[in-house]
Design a protein around this ligand. Structure first.
Ligand code: NAD
Length: 479
């Protein structure tokens, strides 16, 4: 059985004493084992990153050369896309078809984006200011710790790697311990493309062991984290004594408002995509669906009919639209919300159980929807992170805005409406990092993505990343 080890200074390491099983969520079979890096091994990875950064082997490489390497990464990723998709599917349970068509193209888009950026951007230096020549130099921050989750393992890790490298940093990545396969394979692709040894290092293991050691290491200057809000708090606390810069891309409980003026066909497609794509495990899932009373019966009936027709099953089957949830603990937690919804006065509209046809292995749940009497219900307040929609009905638009904002989270909000004033009001009044009107989520690195409130600190998008991954130095020379 394959053992995934740490990748330090361009070398795969020997297995450590602690081996964690990597499980296929579709079959519950162990498909690989993961060698957990302890604090010493993590420190060696940071030391390799630091040495490569200080040597200038990457930071001082001309932009044109960095760009060529990024282009080779794109070409090699495309060459190996099928293998990466199979690996990602094997340990994530995400449908293969979806990985190929939607999620993995994000890897190449990330590196293409920064390759273009490298060819077009220079810091515009200098101004004379009375008796001084003054200019700003932007330098790499140094060693970046990159910590990513399991719901889009390589897509999210690659965003962080591409950005860290584009701004001249070296990095140590810790991906989620349940989904290491494709990310590990990607290390070889980076090396083959010409990324020098030590510039990108990988450590694996549980968050409280490997992740915590990485965040606390004194040579780490910036910590880019995507994951749950509770983990974000722990990481912020661990980074605080070293006054490290943190970027926290955290959870959400996004409202999806459907008004009586909406094009209901579009709204229906949007609502289903938003909550059931990626097996329901999306930070920007429209998990609270707020429907205006005049159209509620029709909309909910059509939604339920479509949700019941979603094909749940083996992620390797090209027809599958929703696969198993990521892991056993997560599955148990998501399923527990069915009873929690009922205890809070909810009505089960569809799903709520294991599909009959999938057998007894795999973490499968039917696409589920509940109708809730109040936004105070736990299923309307807590991030479930599964194929689980919580409907509420509203009368006035003001009420919908108030419900949307009645949340500790503020990542994304959706509005389906053909009323221009409502669109403007949503854009202005909703407390969320992204407001989408009549469209599902669009990821685009030219624009900031990130959360208000407990959905995060910082933004992934070119401007936020430029500030996050660099230090600014003001130079003043007397003339
Ligand atoms: P998680 O927080 O459990 O884990 C994320 C990563 O953090 C993993 O690699 C984990 O090992 C590591 N980690 C855990 N504890 C740590 C610690 N104390 N120190 C350092 N590292 C630690 O999240 P998850 O369950 O893997 O992912 C789901 C969550 O991620 C959801 O809340 C989702 O909304 C969020 N998410 C957010 C975005 C976004 O862009 N805002 C994108 C995807 C997922």
């Amino acid at each position: 059985m394959k053992t995934i080890t740490s990748y330090i200074n361009g070398q795969w390491q020997n297995a450590s004493a602690t081996l964690l099983p990597v499980i296929n969520p579709a079959t519950e079979a162990v498909v690989a084992q993961l060698s957990e890096a302890d604090a010493d091994e993590t420190a060696r990875a940071v030391a390799a990153a630091e040495a490569s950064w200080k040597s200038g082997v990457w930071a001082n490489k001309p932009a044109a050369e960095k760009r060529r390497i990024f282009q080779r990464i794109v070409a090699l990723t495309l060459e190996h896309i099928e293998e990466l998709a199979q690996l990602e599917c094997l340990n994530s349970g995400l449908p293969l078809n979806y990985l190929r068509a939607r999620q993995l193209p994000r890897i190449t888009r990330n590196f293409e984006f920064f390759a273009d950026w490298l060819s077009q951007n220079v810091e515009k230096a200098g101004m004379t200011d009375q008796d001084y020549l003054r200019f700003v130099v932007r330098e790499p921050a140094g060693v970046a710790a990159l910590i990513s989750p399991w719901n889009a393992p390589l897509a999210l890790a690659s965003t962080k790697i591409a950005a860290a490298l584009a701004f001249g940093n070296s990095c140590v990545l810790k991906t989620a311990e349940t989904t290491p396969l494709a990310v590990a394979r990607f290390m070889d692709i980076l090396s083959e493309a010409g990324v020098p040894a030590g510039v990108v290092n990988l450590v694996n293991g549980r968050g409280q062991v490997t992740g915590d050691a990485l965040v606390r290491h004194p040579a780490v200057r910036v910590v880019s984290f995507t994951g749950g809000t509770q983990t974000g708090r722990a990481i912020a606390a661990a980074a605080a004594p070293g006054l490290k810069r943190v970027d926290l891309e955290l959870g959400g409980k996004s409202a999806n408002i459907i008004t009586a003026t909406a094009n209901l066909d579009d709204a229906l497609d949007g609502a289903l995509t938003s909550i059931y794509t990626n097996n329901g495990q999306q930070c920007f899932a429209g998990s609270r669906i707020l429907v205006q009373r005049q159209v509620a019966d029709e909309f909910i009936a059509r939604f339920v009919q479509r949700a019941r027709a979603i094909r749940v099953g083996d992620p390797l089957d090209m027809a599958t639209e929703v696969g198993p949830l990521s892991n056993a603990a997560h599955y148990a937690r998501v399923c527990s919300f069915v009873d929690i919804a009922l205890q809070d006065g909810g009505q089960l509209l569809c799903g709520g159980k294991r599909p009959a046809h999938v057998g007894d292995k795999g973490y499968y749940l039917e696409p589920t929807a509940v109708l809730m009497p109040s936004n105070s219900a736990r299923v309307c307040q807590e991030e479930i992170f599964g194929p689980f929609a919580a409907f509420q009905i509203f009368d006035e638009f003001d009420e919908a805005i108030a419900i949307a904002n009645d949340s500790e989270f503020g990542l994304v909000s959706y509005l389906w409406s053909n009323d221009l004033t409502q669109a403007h009001r949503a854009a202005r009044e909703i407390q969320a990092g992204v407001v989408l009107v009549n469209t599902p989520m669009i990821l685009d690195l030219r624009f900031p993505f990130g959360g208000y409130k407990t959905s995060g600190v910082g933004r992934e998008g070119i401007d936020g990343m430029r500030h996050f991954y660099t230090e600014e130095k003001t130079v003043t020379i007397a003339l």
